[in-house]
Design a protein around this ligand. Sequence first.
Ligand SMILES: Nc1ncnc2c1ncn2[C@@H]1O[C@H](COP(=O)(O)OP(=O)(O)O)[C@@H](O)[C@H]1O
Ligand SMILES: [Mg+2]
Length: 157
Amino acid sequence: MLELELRSEADTLALARTLAAVLEGGDLVGLEGGLGAGKTTFARGAVHGLGVPEDTAVTSPTFALLHQYEGRVPVAHADFYRLGGEAEVEELGVDELLEDGAVLFVEWGRKFQGVAARTVLWVELEIVSDAARRARLRPQGARGDAIIGALGKRLPK
Ligand SMILES: Nc1ncnc2c1ncn2[C@@H]1O[C@H](COP(=O)(O)OP(=O)(O)O)[C@@H](O)[C@H]1O
Ligand SMILES: [Mg+2]
């Protein structure tokens, strides 16, 4: 587990970009934390870090549920807050996207077994103050361990 203090939105974007550099197609990253914790902000930094052009807006997929982008790999960003049940996870094609080599960022995915089981890294964000957040990065399985190992080497000391 990696725990970091993010003192500004810029810190969150920078961490997300650094993480993006070590992600590979097929990785599913779970973004957890309450409203306003910074899940969508983190996703924005990571999507751009994966090579999606900076002028491509990355907004909350609240209504569309899932937004797709083309970076150095396919990228998808989902928000499952309003999702009814497990069947909808299947309908959205989470498995297919991963099999096709996409990197997926999913907000509020923990309650869905189909998402949780495929998650390799949990990014848990917590509000500390107006501008500060605490991030806990928890690996899941061997791939998660590899990501945390590679990320640890890239983070500023
Ligand atoms: N350190 C920080 N990291 C991320 N967001 C921050 C930070 N400080 C302030 N913010 C603000 O908090 C809000 C986070 O919103 P958002 O990323 O949509 O959260 P969520 O998707 O978790 O609901 C944004 O308005 C952002 O500007
Ligand atoms: Mg959000």
